[in-house]
Design a protein around this ligand. Structure first.
Ligand SMILES: Cc1ncc(COP(=O)(O)O)c(C=O)c1O
Length: 391
């Protein structure tokens, strides 16, 4: 039998799948994978359910329904001041993941170089390599995850087709400040490169900060590809509805990839997301405020247990250094250990690196019910023999 594609075959099962499987097997509280407890906003789910029975369940248009594309354009304008032509500059995809893959397949020519920022989301490297690009990695160092000019200067060349960035960032929860974005923009403009921006956590930004899309930076409107996910905006990660905003020159080749990848996305979900994007401002601010409270609840609890908890400015995740607990092993061993022994699951942060990673950070998701977070802290407290002061 001839073998499958060597690039994809060289990667194992994603860490999220592995740790979630282990969590199920051991009856562990899964703070590894980033999916919220609960079933999303009732009104949004009701629109989807109703449309299944009363709406048209045949193929929607390849670019997405007019209604959802108009809603995405209105959302771009309402929250970020982005003006876009929904007919030519907005496309609906089956999740942020398909948006990312379609963008890479649509833009990359074999032999191109692409700059990536470590630690990075797990689909980036395999899909970028499969599209034919050579990755050039820029590393952010803990604890502040600062982006350094020298690192970008070393990574960008005249063969750089694009940089793929993620803000707010998974796993390290950094929200790129305007200075960071300006630095990346400077290199994109100098090297005539595209900036693909994974902005799936755009509404999950804390402490009064605001997400800034790269597209709004000077000189970047025509160079940036903005990727969003309704799964994160509506706490409905299983829906896999995403959107892309990009100028027509970039959108045209990306749409070609989407046309042959998934072609379209379930019509009832498009209907419901279009409705949801029009919800009051209080929905969006309430989402961030609720998650900020959970961040504080879990963060304070982990700190009380002795973890060194790193700053979290956005996303669903807290990164902690577990060395102060005295655990004798690396991050993979630590995450397996707490899953099987304490019955609480986290994911090892080294999985977000290509190699030579720091091996003493665990990532915990806090997008869970307060009672789930409290029980996870109680279990960890019992296991590590420490009493916990409730936040
Ligand atoms: C950084 C990042 N990008 C993309 C995605 C995928 O988004 P979706 O579930 O809409 O495919 C995730 C999901 O966890 C993510 O963390």
């Amino acid at each position: 039998m001839k073998s499958g594609n060597t690039i994809l075959s060289s990667y194992g099962t994603t860490i999220f799948e592995v740790m979630s499987g282990l969590a199920r097997e051991h009856g562990s509280i899964n703070l590894g994978q980033g999916f919220p407890d609960g079933n999303g906003p009732e009104d949004v789910v009701a629109v989807a359910a109703d449309y299944l029975k009363t709406g048209n369940n045949q193929y929607p248009p390849m670019m997405g329904t007019d209604e959802l594309r108009q809603a995405v354009a209105a959302h771009n304008k309402r929250f970020f001041g982005i003006d876009c032509d929904w007919r030519r500059e907005v496309m609906v995809t089956s999740g942020g993941t398909e948006a990312l893959t379609g963008t890479l397949l649509g833009l990359i020519e074999p032999g191109d170089e692409a700059v990536l920022i470590e630690p990075l989301y797990d689909s980036y490297l395999p899909m970028l390599r499969r599209a034919g690009a050579t990755p050039r990695l820029v590393r952010l160092e803990p604890p502040d995850w600062r982006l350094r000019r020298e690192a970008l200067a070393a990574a960008f060349t005249d063969r750089t087709k694009l940089i793929l960035m993620n803000s707010p960032m998974n796993p390290c929860s950094k929200v790129f400040a305007r200075e960071d974005l300006a630095l990346i923009a400077e290199f994109c403009i100098r090297h005539d490169a595209i900036c693909v921006c994974d902005e799936v956590y755009e509404h999950l930004v804390y402490d009064g900060a605001k997400h800034v899309p790269m597209m709004t930076m000077p000189g970047m409107r025509e160079r940036a590809v903005r990727i969003e996910s309704a799964g994160k905006i509506f706490s409905l990660t299983g829906w896999k509805v995403g959107f892309i905003t990009a100028c027509p020159e970039l959108m045209t080749p990306i749409a070609k990839a989407h046309q042959f990848l998934t072609f379209t996305t379930p019509p009832n979900l498009q209907k419901a997301v279009a409705y949801g994007l029009g919800k009051d401002a209080s929905y969006f601010s309430g989402l961030a405020a609720g998650l900020q409270g959970k961040r504080d609840r879990l963060g304070k609890g982990l700190a009380a247990l002795g973890f060194d908890v790193l700053k979290c400015s956005g996303s669903y995740f807290i990164t902690c250094d577990f060395r102060p607990l005295g655990f004798n092993g690396d991050d993979v061993e630590f995450c397996r250990h707490i899953t099987t022994e304490a019955k609480v699951t986290a994911v090892p942060v080294s999985a977000f690196y290509e190699g030579n990673a720091p091996r003493y950070f665990a990532r915990f998701a806090f997008c869970k019910d307060d009672s789930t977070l409290d029980e996870a802290l109680a279990r960890l407290g019992r296991h590590f023999g420490k009493s916990r002061s409730l936040p």
